[in-house]
Design a binder for this molecule. Structure first.
Ligand code: MIG
Length: 682
C-alpha cells in the first residue's frame, strides 16, 4: 500500500508516475513538526533497526549511524565523512522485527537525513524548503517495498545489449589515432571490448556537440569503421554551453531563451571547461526539446550512446564568486595574516566553485513561474538525462540507446543509467562501489557501475584486477581514469592476461546477467539486493555488508582488500561456489550454509549459486555480438529439478516484454553441471 502526504506547495519533480489522493490524517511512524519553512520528520529507532536507501551515496549498505544530505554535488573526494555526492535518491526503508516501511521524500531541494547520528535511537529527516510530497510504502517484505517503489516511480531504463560489454575509457584520448590504438591493443590481445568512451578531449575547445576536426577528420567514417569491429564510440556531453556568439548551440539557446536566468532577466553565466557558460533550463520542456535535438549531428554520425557529465550542475567559478575572493585577497594584500585570515583566504578561493550563492543566483521556469535554482537543485541532472534521452528517442524511434549520467534524481532511472562519479584508486572505494549497488537498485537505478580501477590517483595492478572482478557483475563495466594518472588500460600491466581472463567471465556470464537485468527491469525487481531482502530472518545475513545477492540465483562476495589471498564468506544457505579464473577455467565447489574461508588468489573470484538452481554459462566472445546461447552449460547443484528462465531478445528494440522472450530451461537432478542445446536466438 502507498499513501501520499503533502506539505506546503510541492512541485512536480517528475519522480512519481502514480497520482494518489492526499491523505488527510496524521502520518504514521513519524512525529511531524514545522519549524518556519522547514518540515521535520522524526522516528524512533530500536537497536535492531536497519535503514536501507539513499541510492548513490557514501558509506555502507545499512545507512544507519550517519548524517546525509540530498544535495547533488560535484565532490570528487568520497570520504566517509561526506554527506552527499552526485545524486539525490530520497528513499529510505526502515527494517526491524515487527516494523517495515519505506518512505520517499519527493522533494527537489535540500533534505537532511540524520539516521541515528546525533542520537543512536532517533532518525530525523528535515526538508529545508518544506514543499514536498511524502509517500509511505507498506508491504509484506523488503522485495515488495522495492516493487511498490518502482510502481510509484516507473520502470527502469532498458539499455541495448551491447551496453553490457566491456568499455574502456580515459580522460585524455584526444584523437582518432589514439582511440584506434586502444581498440587495436584490445583486439590484438583478445581482450574483449564493446565500447570506448570519448572524454572532453574530443571536443573543439570543450564545446558540446563539436569535435576536433583535425583530430577526428571524418567522424562518421571513424564511427562506422569502429562499429565494423564491434566497438561503439561513446562521447561525453557536459551541461554548460559556452557563451560565444557564432557557436550554434549558444546562438540557438540564446534565441530560444532556453538558458537559466538571473533575477534581472539576464542569462546566468559561470565557468566550466569551455570557459564562461550558460546553463540550459532543463526543467522546461521546450528547453529540453531544444537541447535533445543538439545530439543530432553525433547521432547522424552513427553514435548510439552518450555519457552526460557536470550536470549537478558543477560550477568552477562565476564572476561574482571570483570577485569576492579577489576582494578579500586585495584587502589582505601586504599584511601579515593572522590565523583566521590565513584560513579565510584559502576558503575564499575554494569557495569560487560550486558556491551556494551561485545556486541562489539563477532561476528556472516551471509551470510559468520563476523558481530559484536552489529550491529545485537536485532536478538538474535528471532534466538533462531526460532531454538527451528524448532527443535520442526522437532520432532513433523504437531503439534502445546507451546513456549514463553523473548527476541524478529518482525519475531519471526511467531514461538512463548512472555511473558513481569520481572515485579514487583506493581499496576502500572498491568496497564502497559494491555497497552502493543494492541501494541504487532499490531506488530504481539498475544500470550502474563505478570507474573500474579508480578514477583519481594511480591504480595498481592488483587493485585494477580486483575492481574488474566486481565489474564482471555490474551492468556498466567501464574502466575509467583521470588525466595524468597511471595509464589504466588492461594491456598496460604485466598481469594483463589475468585481467583479460577476468573480463572473459563477463562475456561467458552475459546471457545470465542480461537475463537477470531485463527480468529485474521488466518486473520491477532488483538485480543487486542486500542479503536482508532474501534472508530477512537470518540475523547474520541482514547485517552483511560485503556480499550481495545477484539476480534470482546468485550471491557475490568480492575481494576488496589489498594482498588478500582470500576472504571469509557467510552462506545463508547451501550453495555451489564457482571459483572463476576465466570463462573456461573454474572450480565448482559445493559448500554448506555457514562461514567459510575461501582462498582466492589474485586472478580468482567467486560466484555462489543457490542449491536447487542452475545458471547458464556460454562460451563467451570478444564482443557482445559474438555471444551465442545455443550451447550452454547449466551450473548448479540440483536435487530434483530446476527451472531457469533465459531472457533473449534482439538486443536493441525498445518494445520488449517477458512474453515471447523467455526460454524456459529445465534441468533435472544433477551434481554440478550439464550441457544443453537451445535453438539459436539470432
Ligand atoms: O571536472 O571530463 O566525473 O569522469 O573524466 C572533471 C573529465 C570533469 C568529471 C567526470 C569524469 C571525467 C572528467 N569530468
Amino acid at each position: 500500500m502507498i499513501r501520499r502526504y503533502s506539505f506546503g506547495t510541492p512541485c512536480d519533480t517528475g519522480a512519481v508516475v502514480l497520482s494518489l489522493p492526499e491523505e488527510k490524517g496524521e502520518m504514521p511512524y513519524f512525529d511531524v513538526r514545522r519549524d518556519g519553512e522547514r518540515v521535520l520528520f522524526r522516528t524512533q529507532l530500536t537497536e535492531e533497526e536497519i535503514v536501507f536507501g539513499l541510492g548513490e551515496n557514501v558509506r555502507g549498505i545499512n545507512k544507519r549511524g550517519h548524517r546525509y544530505r540530498s544535495w547533488n554535488s560535484d565532490d570528487f573526494n568520497h570520504t566517509e565523512d561526506r554527506q552527499s555526492i552526485y545524486a539525490s535518491h530520497n528513499l529510505l526503508v526502515f527494517f526491524r522485527p515487527g516494523r517495515l516501511f519505506g518512505v520517499y521524500f519527493d522533494d527537489p531541494g535540500l533534505v537532511i537525513y540524520d539516521l541515528g547520528d546525533a542520537r543512536r535511537d532517533t532518525a530525523e529527516i528535515v526538508s529545508e524548503n518544506g514543499d514536498l510530497n511524502v509517500y509511505l510504502l507498506e508491504g509484506a517484505d523488503l522485495k515488495e517495498i522495492a516493487k511498490l517503489f518502482r510502481g510509484l516511480t516507473g520502470p527502469s531504463y532498458l539499455p541495448p545489449e551491447w551496453a553490457f560489454g566491456y568499455i574502456q575509457s580515459r580522460w585524455g584520448y584526444a584523437s582518432e589515432r589514439e582511440v584506434r590504438a586502444v581498440a587495436e591493443e584490445h583486439r590484438k590481445r583478445h581482450i574483449p571490448l564493446d565500447g570506448i568512451c570519448m572524454d572532453i578531449d574530443y571536443m573543439e575547445g570543450y564545446r558540446n556537440f563539436t569535435w576536433k576536426k583535425d583530430a577526428f577528420p571524418d567522424l562518421k567514417a571513424f564511427v562506422r569503421s569502429m562499429k565494423e569491429e564491434h566497438i561503439r564510440l561513446i562521447p561525453i556531453i557536459d551541461a554548460g554551453i559556452k557563451t560565444e556568439k557564432g557557436y550554434a548551440p549558444y546562438d540557438s539557446g540564446k534565441e530560444g531563451g532556453f538558458f537559466c536566468k538571473k533575477a534581472d532577466g539576464t542569462d546566468f553565466v559561470a565557468a566550466v571547461w569551455p570557459g564562461r557558460c550558460c546553463f540550459p533550463d532543463f526543467l522546461r520542456e521546450d528547453a529540453r526539446k531544444w537541447f535533445g535535438d543538439l545530439y543530432r549531428p553525433l547521432l547522424e554520425a552513427g553514435i548510439e550512446g552518450f555519457w552526460n557529465d557536470m550536470n549537478e550542475p558543477a560550477l568552477f567559478y562565476s564572476d561574482e564568486t571570483l570577485a569576492q575572493a579577489f576582494a578579500l585577497a586585495e584587502s589582505l594584500k601586504g599584511k601579515e595574516l593572522d590565523l583566521s585570515e590565513n584560513w579565510a583566504i584559502k576558503d575564499a578561493f575554494n569557495a569560487v566553485a560550486n558556491n551556494p550563492e551561485d545556486y541562489r543566483r539563477f532561476y528556472h521556469v516551471m509551470d510559468g513561474k520563476n523558481i530559484r535554482h536552489d529550491k529545485v537543485h537536485n532536478l538538474y541532472g535528471a532534466g538533462m538525462t531526460r532531454a538527451s534521452a528524448d532527443g535520442i528517442r526522437r532520432f532513433r524511434p523504437g531503439e534502445r540507446y546507451l546513456l549514463f549520467s553523473r548527476s541524478s534524481f529518482v525519475g531519471a532511472h526511467r531514461d538512463g543509467g548512472v555511473w558513481q562519479g569520481d572515485n579514487f584508486s583506493w581499496w576502500s572505494h572498491l568496497k564502497m562501489a559494491m555497497q552502493m549497488l543494492p541501494n541504487m537498485n532499490l531506488c530504481g537505478f539498475l544500470f550502474c557501475g563505478c570507474d573500474l580501477g579508480g578514477f583519481g590517483c594511480s591504480t595498481t595492478e592488483d587493485l585494477l584486477e580486483r575492481f574488474l572482478q566486481l565489474g564482471v557483475f555490474t551492468p556498466l563495466m567501464r574502466n575509467h581514469s583521470a588525466l595524468h594518472t597511471r595509464e589504466q588500460e588492461i594491456y598496460r600491466f604485466s598481469i594483463w592476461e589475468t585481467m583479460r581472463d577476468t573480463v572473459t567471465v563477463r562475456y561467458a556470464l552475459l546471457p545470465y546477467l542480461y537475463s537477470e537485468y531485463m527480468k529485474a527491469a521488466l518486473t520491477d525487481g532488483m538485480l543487486f539486493r542486500p542479503l536482508a531482502f532474501d534472508y530477512p530472518e537470518d540475523r547474520r545475513a541482514v547485517r552483511t555488508e560485503d556480499q550481495l545477492m545477484l539476480g534470482g540465483e546468485c550471491m557475490i562476495a568480492p575481494v576488496y582488500e589489498q594482498n588478500a589471498e582470500g576472504r571469509y564468506v557467510y552462506l545463508p544457505e547451501d550453495m555451489l561456489m564457482i571459483r572463476f579464473r576465466s570463462a573456461l577455467d573454474y572450480d565448482l565447489i559445493p559448500l554448506e550454509k555457514g562461514d567459510h574461508y575461501i582462498s582466492l588468489s589474485l586472478g580468482e573470484f567467486p560466484l555462489f549459486v543457490r542449491n536447487g538452481h542452475a545458471v547458464p554459462l556460454c562460451r563467451g566472445g570478444e564482443n557482445v555480438d559474438e555471444i551465442k546461447t545455443d550451447h550452454l552449460k547449466m551450473i548448479g547443484k540440483v536435487e530434483n529439478e530446476s527451472i531457469y528462465d533465459l531472457y533473449r531478445d534482439d538486443g536493441i528494440s525498445e518494445k520488449v516484454g517477458m512474453n515471447g522472450n523467455v526460454t524456459r530451461i529445465r534441468v533435472g537432478k544433477q551434481e554440478l553441471v550439464s550441457d544443453i542445446e537451445l535453438k539459436p536466438d539470432r
